[in-house]
Structures are given as C-alpha cells and as structure tokens.
Design a protein around this ligand. Structure first.
Ligand code: CA
Length: 234
C-alpha cells in the first residue's frame, strides 16, 4: 500500500502541483484547503505524512499542528511545514510543537518531494514512540499484551488480543474477513469466515464500553474507528 500524504494548503494551484508531483512519485495524496477540513480528514483517514501550510484562511497552521500533535490518533503522523519567508518564528514554534521538518516558500517541488521521501523513510525505520496507546476509554499496552477499559483490565485470549491489535493498527481502514483470517489467524487455507464474526462478537462483549470502536462494515469485514461518536453502521 503506498504511503498516504495529506496536503493542507489554501493556495489551490500550489496544492495541485504538490499533489501531482507526489502522486507521480507513487504516493497517495489528499488535499484540504482549510485547517478545519484538514483536521477533519486527518481524523477520518489514516495518513503517513502531512504537508502543512502555516497561513490558512480559517486558522493558523500552528493551531492545526498543535491539534494534530495533541490527540492520540494523529500525534504520530509526521508533519512537514511549508511557510513563507518572514515566518521564521512560526517555523521554530512549529518544530517545537513536534513538526518534523520545514520548507520555505517559494520552494522547488522537487525539494519538497525529496523531503517528504526522507521523512517517510525515517518514520518507517522507527518503532512507534509508545507501546501504550489510549483511545478514549480504551487503553492497549502492546508490549505487555494487556488491555484496559475505563482503567479496568480486560482479560483477552492471545487471539483476541491479536485481533484487537491488528484492527487498531489499521484503524479507520476496513479489514476484510479474509485479510483478518490471514493476518490474525495466520490461515492460508479458506476456513469459515464466520469464525471472524464469532470472535469479534466475543471481543466486543469483553470490551464493553469500548465495543463501539469496532465497527461492522456490511458485506466486507471490520474496521476500528478512532472516533467513538461517529454514527455506527451496526
Ligand atoms: Ca497559505
């Protein structure tokens, strides 16, 4: 699966040129022209990198950066700041807020593509900063293989843990039953895909208040939703 980049940039022509070049380089690209639209997209879909303009029409890029770095579901996404000359102070603040790199406008698109590639390579070779992830009432400790809901430990079987961890790792992306059988059960041979349904049902029962993170995608499989309040298809 190609890395996915989100461009938050209100200069439409510039966003188009960047998107075109990143796509030519084999990346998947989405664009947003306001800070709010960018945050909305980042919350709904998984991205591997965000190119962030600092001067946006509705809010400062710094506020967008602060919000992205302040929530568990987006804080690990590398951010590349694009700023105009004379915005040095903002650039420094951006880096302090956790942005990974910056380019100064006007930049050559080639330079931007190279920086994007460099950040993606670095991110790929680094293990996630924390093995403990928290989503609302749900806490998953990946190294200790322990799960907590509202600070109460939930006893999961090894298989249930693997199922939850896999769905969580690929959050916001629908996982087909066959994919789950292959990756969680490590079964190459076709078995009853109802097996997945049975285990998801049991996992949901154990998760109680956190059960709604696991959504059913009708006719396909399951998806871990990182926003608990979005309307469920169930
Ligand atoms: Ca701008």
């Amino acid at each position: 699966m190609p890395p996915r980049v989100l461009i938050i940039e209100d200069e439409h022509d510039l966003a188009t040129v960047i998107a075109y070049n990143l796509r030519t380089d084999g990346l998947e690209v989405a664009t947003a022209e306001t800070g709010e639209a960018g945050l909305d997209l980042a919350n709904k879909r998984r991205f591997d990198l965000i190119v962030l303009d600092l001067m946006l029409p509705d809010m400062s890029g710094l506020d967008v950066c602060r919000k992205l770095k302040g929530q568990a579901s987006t804080k690990e996404i590398p951010i590349l700041i694009a700023s105009a000359r004379g915005e040095e102070v903002d650039r420094v603040v951006g880096l302090e807020l956790g942005a990974d790199d910056y380019v100064v406008k006007p930049f050559s698109v080639r330079e931007l593509v190279l920086r994007v590639r460099a950040i993606l390579r670095r991110a790929e070779s680094q293990p996630p900063a924390s093995e403990v992830v928290t989503f609302g009432v749900l806490r998953i400790d990946r190294s200790a293989h322990r799960v907590f809901v509202e600070d109460q430990e939930v006893q999961l079987t090894a298989l249930e843990f693997r199922l939850l961890a896999t769905l969580h790792e690929r959050r916001n992306r629908t996982q087909a039953r066959d994919t789950l059988l292959l990756d969680v059960w490590q079964m190459n041979t076709p078995v009853e895909s109802r097996t997945v349904d049975t285990h998801v049902k049991r996992l949901r029962e154990k998760l109680g208040a956190a059960a709604s993170y696991i959504r059913t995608v009708r006719g396909v499989g399951y998806r871990f939703a990182s926003t608990p309040d979005e309307p469920s298809a169930d």
